[in-house]
Design a binder for this molecule. Structure first.
Ligand code: PMP
Length: 401
């Protein structure tokens, strides 16, 4: 027995894939050409597996803001938000986020992971209860584990199951946190948030929604699923990330609860890590402004989503339950998913390969995501790559071509 034994399954699969010349995990982007094109593992590809939903990573205004910040404030803050790492711009971004979400309080974190994990681990503690959707993101699972609270899972997006579990809590509902997401990252489905809110109104508890994949995509102003469903006042905490629609890195929590300001000083992922670099804050602020100034980006994103979703459906692939900027093709056979992932790369399309346990159920996924920056012709090229896949193919037949 050694500490290393537990890594054997990872080592085995990596060496199997290496011997076939297939490198889906940690694929290297050798050159990034635009928000939608790159050279990955030696292949020039259309990027169909990023979270660059609004395509802002190369926006001249975001780049100019980041450059100015580097020149004026340096490359990093070299400290925690709690000590020397809160610059005036971090505070401004918090004010802008609060204004955008029409909430009173906001916290900026160094990553989305630090925001979602940190809030989940801090809002509830020993003696409290967390009731969470079973398909929650790993960051939320990490957070609830760290919290020390009793954790109860309900069936994915099932309001009746949530209700059953809240009913059983009795008096304990007063110190219960409910956690769900907006758009789910793997299959692109949306939580039935209005139904969840109905249940919460009847039973109580505090509700936190992770809108990592819905900021900039849903709602009249792009605030996410809570805005689209008209339930923002019923959501106690919205958490999310700057690493997707805002094209940077970092995370946030917004709320109308005045306790949020105290919560920041109790959240370990806020305290014990360095604050985001000035350039990151500057490009995020520019992107947040553009998200509001250019609603056309949202429309383009959904046009592209419809084109990819219906195209894959027409080709006979099993896609997620609804049109979404995340379009995942379910592949039951893991080896076929790996083989197809590699074929797609060779045909000029990069998608995400997701295998259990990261994917829901026991299936693998070829997870595609669209960007407002994709042209219709690029979506056609992604579809053309899928059209070449041999439905009978298997990994054993791979010729490493
Ligand atoms: N929550 C969800 C639902 C996510 O999908 C992600 C990122 N995949 C995160 C939180 C963490 O965000 P980040 O990658 O920006 O740290």
């Amino acid at each position: 027995m050694s500490l290393f034994d537990k890594f054997k399954p990872i080592i085995d699969i990596r060496s199997e894939l290496d011997s076939l010349g297939i490198m889906p995990f940690g694929a290297v982007t050798e050159k990034i050409l635009s928000p939608t094109e790159a050279i990955v593992n030696g292949h020039e590809v259309i990027l169909a597996g990023t979270n660059n939903y609004l395509g802002l990573t190369f926006d001249p205004e975001c780049i100019a803001a980041a450059k100015t910040a580097i020149e004026e404030q340096g490359t990093g803050t070299t400290g925690s938000r709690m000590a020397n790492g809160t610059f005036a711009e971090h505070v401004r971004l918090e004010q802008e986020l609060a204004g955008f979400f029409d909430k009173q309080y906001a916290i900026v974190f160094s990553t989305g992971y630090a925001a979602t994990m940190g809030m989940a681990s801090t809002l509830a503690g020993p003696g409290d209860v967390i009731v969470m959707d079973a398909d929650s993101h790993a960051s939320l699972y990490d957070g609830v584990r760290l919290s020390g609270a009793e954790v109860i899972r309900f069936r994915h997006s099932d309001a009746a199951d949530l209700e059953k579990r809240l009913r059983r809590l009795g008096e304990r509902i007063s110190n219960t946190l409910i956690i769900v997401e907006g758009i789910y990252s793997m299959l692109g489905d949306r939580a039935p948030l209005r139904e969840f809110v109905e249940v919460k109104r009847r039973y109580g508890g505090l509700l936190m929604v992770d809108e990592a994949h819905s900021l900039g995509m849903l709602g009249e102003h792009g605030r996410g699923l809570a805005e689209q469903e008209g339930v923002e006042d019923d959501v106690d905490f919205i958490v999310g990330t700057f690493s997707k629609s805002l094209g940077a890195i970092g995370g946030y929590c917004v709320s109308n609860h005045p306790q949020l300001d105290a919560i920041r000083f109790a959240t370990r992922s806020y305290i014990f890590t360095a604050s985001p670099s000035p350039s990151v804050i500057a490009s995020t602020r520019a992107a947040l402004r553009l998200l509001q100034e250019r609603p056309g980006l949202r429309k383009q994103l959904w046009d592209n989503a419809r084109q990819l979703y219906s195209g894959l459906q027409e080709l006979g692939f099993q896609v997620g339950p609804e049109v979404s900027p995340v379009v995942a093709v379910t592949v039951e056979d893991r080896d076929r998913a790996i083989f197809w992932w590699n074929q797609l790369l060779q045909q000029g399309a990069y998608v995400n390969l997701v295998m259990p346990p990261a994917s829901p159920g026991n299936n693998s996924l070829l997870r595609c995501s669209v960007s407002a920056a994709h042209t219709s012709e690029q979506i056609d090229r992604i579809l053309a790559a899928f059209a070449t896949l041999d439905k009978q193919a298997s990994l054993a037949a791979s010729d490493n071509a």
